[in-house]
Design a protein around this ligand. Structure first.
Ligand code: PNW
Length: 490
């Protein structure tokens, strides 16, 4: 028997002997646990007091593109029910609560010349109540929703957004930074730019994939870096907090061991996670060579005078590098990837065409809506981040499972059981994960899917004017993990 086979057999035998289904596994004391929400998805009160109109207000009210024709005018009504939200967080026993600030609630006109005292008071109360309950606030400054008036000026394609965004962030640091020590500039830059400015008609979007998406990404990276440096230079010395962002990604696994399929999987990782990850977390900085080369080559084949991916100057590369105090990650599901047998040539610009790989799923994977349950993909992804970006501290800011909202949510329990076991596996592999966040505290407005899909640990009755919240089976499951800091091996 070849030595390699012998070692493989030995590994297999040791894992089979020492890993027993049902065995109790303990999380290290260094990890903390939380849950997350986002302002537009839960707050409601879309036009109370002096709140301004946001792009999602406009989109849900005017386009008819939300699956069930709904909107988040009331949603979970957390603007009025936030005391109950804090009670639920206490019941669950979380260490922290990740929520986001609505730009138009605190800056009704989009600009920082006029603040809404009511808007600020709302977040003040929430933050104070959390701290009184010994729950640490984690604040996302921007979770997909910005003022409609700034969209009318071009949204993220307008370079002035860098300043407008930084002004907004500064108001947040000034107003809440005495108590908030954990900041995220952006939730999921990839989704913001890829879906909104590129791909679909399902979200407030300008279309023009392959152009608008890269412009958005470029401006958003600069807005992030400018805000990071502002915090670092001006606020950190006195407020002493931490700041980063959270990147979403699928895990992309090569469909076979062939070099071509491996190349395809790596390219898919570089296009999704690496688009925003490489400029900030890699030792070289800038967009990855793979992204630059592909978009450059495609652009020239299509007759563009320059790459559709804008370039950073060397000063900008240096300015962007290292602008996160941790690696924030949102993850839900996995794709298999293979290299197409024939290189596709499209005359039309497009992100997927630039990427040029085939993505598919294994039909045997359990699934619900777009989420395929593939816990090992999460483990491999965490290791990909460790290997690609010098073992950063990783904080998982979202992970969760959609269903129809049943209180007996066995599918969600199975999902968390699998993914939290995979998390522990990755930590045992050497990944430095310091916190894990379940999406979401409660059922809420699921963007273009309206209320047709639910991710909550708590059930919300959307027919009840009080938006009564009730625990589900998964509430108790997550609570017991947090209490015991253990999980059963799946
Ligand atoms: C997240 N994907 O978005 C958002 O941050 C939440 O607001 C949202 O409610 C949650 O996921 C559930 O959908 C994502 O396809 C949407 O990989 C799609 C993907 C990832 C994140």
């Amino acid at each position: 028997m070849a030595f390699a086979n012998f070692v493989a057999l030995l590994c297999f035998l040791t894992t089979s002997i020492f890993t027993v289904k049902g065995e109790v596994r303990r999380f290290p004391d260094t990890i903390s646990f939380g849950v997350a929400t986002a302002s537009y998805q839960i707050e409601g009160a879309w036009n109370v007091s002096d709140k301004g109109e946001s792009i999602w207000d406009r989109f849900t009210h005017t386009t008819g593109l939300i699956e069930d024709g709904s909107n988040a005018d009331v949603a979970c009504d957390s603007y009025h029910q936030h005391k109950r939200d804090v009670e639920m967080l206490k019941e669950l026993g979380v260490d922290y609560y990740r929520f986001s600030i609505s730009w138009t609630r605190i800056l009704p006109d989009g600009f920082s010349n006029r603040l809404s005292q009511d808007g600020i008071a709302y977040y003040d109360t929430l933050i104070n109540d959390l701290l009184a309950a010994n729950i640490t606030p984690y604040v996302t400054i921007y979770h997909w929703d910005h003022p409609q008036c700034l969209q009318d000026l071009g949204g993220w394609a307008n370079p002035m957004m860098v300043d407008y965004y930084t002004d907004f962030a500064e108001v947040a640091f000034e107003a809440f930074g005495d108590r908030v020590k954990h900041w995220l500039t952006f939730n999921e830059p990839f989704v913001i730019c890829n879906q909104w400015n590129g791909m679909t008609a399902k979200t407030p979007s300008v279309g023009m994939s392959g152009i608008a998406d890269y412009l958005c990404g470029h401006n958003l990276l600069k807005a992030h870096a400018k805000t990071y440096h502002l915090y670092d230079d001006v606020y950190r010395p006195t407020q002493k907090g931490r700041i980063g962002w959270t990147l979403s990604t699928h895990h992309y696994e090569a469909a076979s061991r062939s070099p071509a399929d491996r190349e395809a999987a790596e390219r898919a990782m570089q296009f999704e996670l690496g688009w925003f990850g490489h400029p900030v977390f890699s030792s070289e900085g800038d967009y990855s060579q793979i992204l630059k080369d592909r978009v450059n080559q495609k652009s020239s084949e299509q007759g563009y005078p320059r790459s559709r991916l804008p370039e950073f100057t060397s000063e900008e590369v240096a300015y962007l590098k290292g602008t996160c105090d941790f690696f924030g990650l949102n993850h839900y599901t996995t794709y298999l990837v293979r290299m197409p047998t024939m290189a596709l040539k499209s005359s039309k610009a497009g992100f997927e065409d630039d990427l040029g790989v085939e993505k598919f799923v294994d039909p045997s994977w359990p699934s619900s809506a777009w989420v395929k349950v593939v816990p090992w993909g999460f483990r491999n992804l965490l290791n990909w981040i460790r290997n690609s970006y010098n073992s950063p501290e990783i904080i998982v800011f979202e992970n969760g499972f959609p269903d129809q909202g049943d209180k007996d949510d066995v599918g969600r329990i199975n999902y968390y059981n699998g993914y939290m076991n995979a998390l522990l596996d990755a930590m045992e592999d050497g990944c430095n994960v310091t916190a894990y966040t379940a999406w979401s505290l409660m059922d809420n407005f699921e963007w273009s899917m309206g209320y047709t899909k639910k991710f909550g640990l708590y059930h919300v009755d959307f027919n009840d004017p009080m938006r009564t919240r009730m625990p589900k089976a998964s509430t108790m499951y997550y609570k017991s993990i947090l209490e015991t800091r253990t999980i059963e091996r799946d």
